[in-house]
Design a protein around this ligand. Structure first.
Ligand code: UDP
Ligand code: GLC
Length: 384
């Protein structure tokens, strides 16, 4: 089975890290085609996964670009489509990992007569996309795609609610290798010292800095916690959200949080950093399609609190494997932080249970097994 993976992004977002995990499985029989240079390409190269970057003007099209803006870019992207079609002739299936790449992949697949799979990792709703882009995504998926693999039931429901054909969809959760998240306890002690966190109750956020990831809600929650609670904001603005980053810095000053908040930027050592946290907080203000960070915290045996929306509801069993709080509710979030601080032994029991659960229910082997099963089926679909 030879797969051509297509992703428009050059950055290391959750969609790209998930693709990396699957591409590793197909290392000897795949090509990852990207439409931008960046850290994702470097990472694929480091891991020996074949990658090719096709550059274009496409990165100018945003999720909220108008239909006409998107259409006017078509002239610039036609050569790109032709190139993708040419490359795909050497592969059995084209698997697209993002909405933009799905649009290009769809046209390329019509030229090269290769079946197209859309790994849908977004909640297709007005929270995340404008109407025209939603319509385009659903219309193309319904007509050109052999299978829409979705990263959660929430993503599946949103696709169907937006007019997508339910029978096209198949849920395949993201998978993880538990061993990659294990750290010797002395690492955490040393890292705590390096970061000046001794004696602190540390709450970590491990999401890119973006308004809908809700870091501002966590900062507000911190004002309802005692002085020995510190927040680590791990992650950077990956898609140009610099105004939000400035707003967060300003919020820290306005709320007088001073050195109780540490901005660590994008880090490659997420599991080590999760190891120094007493709690991981996932604070998305719009439904999260899946939320890799939640399973990663579980695998690090760090307790997790997350906002109750989207795919998150499929990952956490409240009060058994983590905590759920309403969206945009800083007071409730602070309540969980304080509860965890006051009853660490109870939090440790929940974290241990979550570890057991996640290491079985979200194992990468199972994700790759299901994915390859579907790829074999798609390959044998008639009419391509
Ligand atoms: N991540 C990372 N370094 C950082 C912040 C986040 O490697 O500084 C990773 C994190 O471990 C997770 C991914 O980025 O694997 C984010 O994926 P998620 O599904 O949680 O959210 P997304 O950003 O894709 O919406
Ligand atoms: C997207 C989603 C995120 C999901 C990731 C991997 O980036 O925003 O929720 O975990 O894809 O599927």
């Amino acid at each position: 089975m030879k797969i051509l993976f297509l992703d428009h992004s050059g950055v290391l977002g959750g969609a790209e890290l998930s693709l990396l995990d699957i591409a590793r499985y197909y290392q000897d029989s795949c090509l990852v085609v990207l439409l931008a240079e960046g850290a994702f390409k470097t990472r694929l190269e480091q891991e020996g996964i074949p990658v090719q970057v096709l550059t274009s003007q496409l990165t100018g099209i945003k999720r909220d670009s108008s239909f006409w803006q998107s259409l006017s870019s078509l002239g610039q992207i036609l050569p790109l489509i032709v190139k993708i079609a040419q490359l795909s002739r050497n592969y059995d299936v084209i698997c697209t990992n993002t909405q933009k790449s799905m649009v290009l992949g769809a046209i390329a697949s019509l030229i090269s007569h290769r079946p197209l799979v859309y790994y849908l990792r977004d909640i297709l709703s007005a929270d995340h996309f404008n109407r025209a882009n939603l319509w385009i995504a659903v219309a193309i998926a319904n007509t050109c795609v052999a299978k829409v693999i979705v990263n959660s039931k929430a993503t599946q429901s949103a696709f169907v609610a937006a007019g997508g054909k339910a029978e096209l969809t198949q849920v395949i959760y993201n998978g993880f290798l538990p061993d990659r998240f294990q750290q010797p306890p002395e690492n955490a002690i040393q890292l705590r010292q390096e970061l000046g966190l001794e004696g602190q109750f540390v709450v970590g956020s491990f999401s890119r800095l973006s308004p809908w990831k809700g870091q501002h809600v966590l900062l507000e929650a911190l004002t309802h916690c005692p002085q020995n609670v510190t927040v680590l904001l791990v992650g950077d603005a990956l898609f140009g959200e610099t105004a939000y980053v400035e707003r967060l810095h300003q919020q820290v000053v306005e709320l007088g949080l001073g050195d109780r908040v540490k901005f660590l930027g994008f880090r490659a050592d997420v599991s080590s950093l999760m190891g120094v946290c007493d709690l991981v907080a996932h604070t998305s203000t719009a439904p999260e399609p899946f939320g890799r960070v939640i399973i990663e915290a579980m695998l690090c045996r760090t307790p997790i609190v997350a906002t109750a929306a989207g795919g998150v509801l499929e990952l956490i069993e409240p009060n058994r494997t983590g905590w759920l709080v309403p969206v945009n509710d800083a007071v409730n979030l602070a309540g969980v932080i304080n509860e965890c601080r006051i009853h660490p032994e109870q939090a440790a029991v929940i974290a241990q249970r979550a570890y057991q659960y996640a290491s079985h229910a979200f194992h990468l082997d199972e994700t790759c097994r299901k994915f390859s099963q579907w790829m074999e089926l798609v390959k044998s679909f008639p009419n391509f």
